[in-house]
Design a protein. Sequence first.
Length: 145
Amino acid sequence: MASTFELCKKKENIVKEPLDQVVLDRERSDAERDLKYAKEFFNGEDMRRAIQESYYAILHSLRGAVLSQGYRAKSPSCLRSAVEALLVKKGKLQPNILPDIDFAYEIREGLESGVFFTGPLYSKEDAREIVTIAERIVVWTKDIK
């Protein structure tokens, strides 16, 4: 059975892309900026925005890491698969990044699903955790080559 990474490649949701240092630098810069905003929103008690900005910091960090390997992923699920195949399985990132990514995606999905109108699907602890995860991922991915 084909891996999720291979299926994403087959559907062209993961594509080979020559390394463009300008794009890579922009992804990493965007990740740092979004992490800064996430911390500011968290400290300002805006948990929704803290979660959103943390998610974007994670997304930009992971995109940069995958780009550094000569690929681009077109969806969050395929981005996660690319991280696993290109970075975790090759020892460039530790496997514990995968549950962190899953948690971030789950919290973000709950935030955006609209069901939180009957009550928040996230807590201050969730926001604190996703900000912490974003911080780790930004640090772990910033120098991947």
